[in-house]
Design a binder for this molecule. Structure first.
Ligand code: NAP
Length: 321
C-alpha cells in the first residue's frame, strides 16, 4: 500500500514522480537494477491509462485489457520487485532539482524521473465548470454508466474522443460526436469502428459554445467555425476529449519545456538538469501511447542507473588518488 508521510531522512537512489505507465515502468526497471526506488503519486495508480475502458494496442493482450487492470498489474510488478510507493504531490514547495541530492515534495533522491503525465484540456465555455460532475465529464469509463439509455455528446476528434464514443455507444441510447473540422484526427481504424455503430451520429465542423442546464446538463449549443446560426442539441451528458495539457506547471524555470509545456529531453530521457529525467506523456515526443510511455520509463531508469554508476566510479577514482 502507498505510504503517507515524508521519507526526509532517507535518500532514495531513484525517485519517480507519477504512477502512470511511464512511472511504474521506471520503478520496475529501477528496482530490478538494484536501485533504492520510490514512486510518488498523488492519486490513483495508472494515471490516464487507469481511466481507459480498454487498451487494445498494448502488446501481449490480444483481446485488449481494461486500463485499470493493466495499471494494477504494473503496480504489483513494481511492488514485488521492491519499489516503494509514497502518497504526495510534487509542487513548487519543497522542490530542488538542481542540487546533487534532489528534493521533490519533501522526499530526497540522487536521481529523479519526472513522469507526471498530462491532464484533460478544458473547453473553457460557459456551463463547463458549473456542470462538472452533473453531466459534464472527462472520463467515460468513470461516468458512462450513469448515462445508460440516455443521450450523450462527445466533443473532440482524436483517438480519445473516437474510442470513448464507441464505448459510450454500448451504454447510451444515442451518442453525438461533435468535431470542429470535417475530418477526424483519430486513427482510421478507430473511426471506421465508430461509424459502423447504429446509434452514433456525427456533427462535423461545429464548435460548442455553451453547455446548458440548471442542476444537470440539458443541452449544448454549437456553431460553425466561422460563426453561423447557433444550434441547440439536447443531451443528458457531455464527454470532453479535446486533448491533454502536460502536468508541468511546477517545473517552469527548472527544466526546458517546449512551447506547449512538454519537457524536452535527449534520446536517453535526460533533461537539461543533471540527474533529472523525464518519461511518458509529459515529454515532448511524437507518439503518446501506453507502449511509448513504458519504453520511456525503462530508458529513463536505465540511464539513471548508468549515470549513478558513472558518478560512483568517478568518486572512487578521485578518492583513490
Ligand atoms: P488529440 O489527439 O490532441 O486530439 C484532440 C482533438 O480535440 C482533436 O481532434 C482537436 O481538433 C480537438 N480539439 C482541440 N481543441 C479543441 C477545442 N478547443 N474545441 C474543439 N475541439 C478541440 O488528443 P486525445 O484524443 O486526447 O489523445 C491524446 C494522445 O493520446 C494522442 O497522442 C493519442 O494518439 C493518444 N491516445 C491513443 C489512443 C489509442 O491509441 N487507442 C487512445 C487515446 C489516446 P483538431 O483535430 O481540429 O486539432
Amino acid at each position: 500500500m502507498p505510504r503517507n508521510g515524508a521519507s526526509e531522512e532517507r535518500v532514495w537512489d531513484l525517485l519517480v514522480v507519477g504512477g502512470g505507465p511511464a512511472g511504474l515502468t521506471a520503478a520496475i526497471y529501477g528496482a530490478r537494477a538494484g536501485l533504492d526506488t520510490a514512486v510518488i503519486e498523488r492519486g490513483q495508480m495508472g494515471g490516464q491509462m487507469a481511466t481507459a475502458h480498454r487498451v487494445e494496442n498494448y502488446p501481449g493482450f490480444p483481446d485488449g485489457i481494461e486500463g485499470a487492470e493493466l495499471a494494477a498489474r504494473m503496480y504489483e510488478q513494481a511492488r514485488r520487485l521492491g519499489a516503494e510507493f509514497l502518497v504526495g504531490e510534487a509542487g513548487r514547495k519543497d522542490l530542488d532539482l538542481g542540487s546533487p541530492v534532489k528534493t521533490v515534495a519533501g522526499h530526497r533522491a540522487r536521481r529523479v524521473v519526472l513522469a507526471t503525465g498530462a491532464r484533460p484540456r478544458r473547453l473553457g465555455i460557459p456551463g463547463e465548470e458549473r456542470l462538472l460532475g452533473r453531466g459534464v465529464s472527462y472520463c467515460a469509463t468513470c461516468d458512462g454508466p450513469f448515462f445508460r439509455g440516455r443521450r450523450v455528446m462527445v466533443i473532440g476528434g482524436g483517438d480519445s474522443a473516437v474510442s470513448e464514443a464507441a464505448f459510450l455507444a454500448k451504454l447510451a441510447s444515442k451518442v453525438i460526436v461533435v468535431h470542429r473540422r470535417d475530418r477526424f484526427r483519430a486513427a482510421p481504424a478507430l473511426v471506421r469502428g465508430l461509424l459502423a455503430l447504429g446509434n452514433v451520429e456525427t456533427m462535423m465542423g461545429r464548435i460548442p459554445v455553451e453547455i446548458e442546464g440548471d442542476d444537470a446538463v440539458r443541452a449544448v449549443t454549437v456553431r460553425g467555425p466561422a460563426g453561423g446560426p447557433p444550434e441547440k442539441v439536447e443531451v443528458d451528458g457531455v464527454f470532453i476529449y479535446i486533448g491533454l495539457d502536460p502536468e508541468t506547471g511546477f517545473l517552469e524555470g527548472e527544466v526546458d519545456l517546449d512551447r506547449n509545456g512538454y519537457i524536452i529531453t535527449d534520446r536517453a530521457m535526460r533533461t537539461r538538469l543533471p540527474g533529472v529525467y523525464a518519461a511518458g506523456d509529459v515529454r515532448a515526443k511524437e507518439l503518446r501511447q501506453v507502449v511509448t510511455a513504458t519504453a520511456d520509463g525503462a530508458l529513463a531508469a536505465m540511464t539513471a542507473e548508468r549515470d549513478l554508476a558513472e558518478e560512483e566510479h568517478q568518486r572512487r577514482r578521485t578518492n583513490g588518488r
